[in-house]
Design a protein around this ligand. Structure first.
Ligand code: HEC
Length: 202
């Protein structure tokens, strides 16, 4: 009898341990470092933006919300990007109610990788002085702070051509992505130095 009951208690212990580990992981914010970010071309395109998920096996859950016509709440670990230097990462429920648990990042990117210039929740500003939440908070509730072109946010002062050119000129990509003539033209119209301007000849 004794020997027969042991496997059950071992199984119970594993189950309890598993539940405990799961509960901790669901509450502690994911530690995001510069190394968490990568060349946008390795992420998954959704309409005009790109997504990923920092938690193994969770990309499909991120895609389910990103592709839903009804919107929804992005799952923990979701990474969303429109241009190489601005990122939103979804932290566990309860991390920050004001940002719906999105952590905002303003990056510098180079062939060496990413550097975090600013990160946080309600007070992150981009390189043009705009507060991330200030704009993204206007997205209608079902879109979980994701603006796109039609969710209610003030527009970004970038044409579609410039956005695509910035995406294709992500300096972290090895080998670099090929810039099309229209990308080079669009980058010229970029109001400030783009994060990864193609080399210019003096
Ligand atoms: C001027 C308002 C404004 C500011 C400031 C702003 N955004 Fe956005 N953001 C937008 C709009 C509008 C879009 C959608 C643009 C499009 O698809 O044409 C967008 C797109 C994005 C996307 C792609 C998903 C989506 O919402 O469509 C991410 C990620 C993002 N911004 C992150 C940031 C981060 C991080 C900051 C701060 C460092 C920031 N944004 C600052 C307005 C803003």
């Amino acid at each position: 009898m004794k020997t027969r009951s042991r496997p059950w208690s071992a199984l119970l212990a594993v189950m309890l341990l598993g539940a405990g580990v799961g509960a901790v992981a669901a509450e502690a914010p994911i530690a995001v470092t510069a190394a968490s970010f990568k060349c946008m071309a390795t992420m998954t395109p959704v309409r005009g933006f790109y997504v990923d998920n920092l938690l193994k096996g969770s990309l499909k859950d991120t895609l389910k919300v990103a592709n839903s016509a009804q919107g929804g709440v992005y799952p923990v670990g979701s990474v969303v990007q429109l241009i190489p230097t601005e990122v939103m990462v979804k932290q566990p429920p309860g991390t920050n109610a004001a940002t719906k648990d999105w952590q905002f990042f303003e990056l510098d990117v180079s062939p060496q990788g990413s550097t975090i210039r600013h990160e946080g929740y309600t007070d992150v500003i981009n390189r043009f002085g705009g507060n991330c939440l200030g704009c993204h908070a206007a997205a209608k509730p079902q879109w979980d702070l994701v603006c796109e072109e039609s969710h209610g946010c003030a527009p970004v002062p970038l044409s579609r051509a410039t956005i695509e050119a910035l995406q294709r000129s992500d300096a972290r990509c090895v080998p670099p992505q090929k810039l099309r003539p229209q990308d080079i033209e669009a980058l010229k119209a970029f109001p400030a130095a783009p994060p990864a301007a193609p080399p210019t000849k003096p």
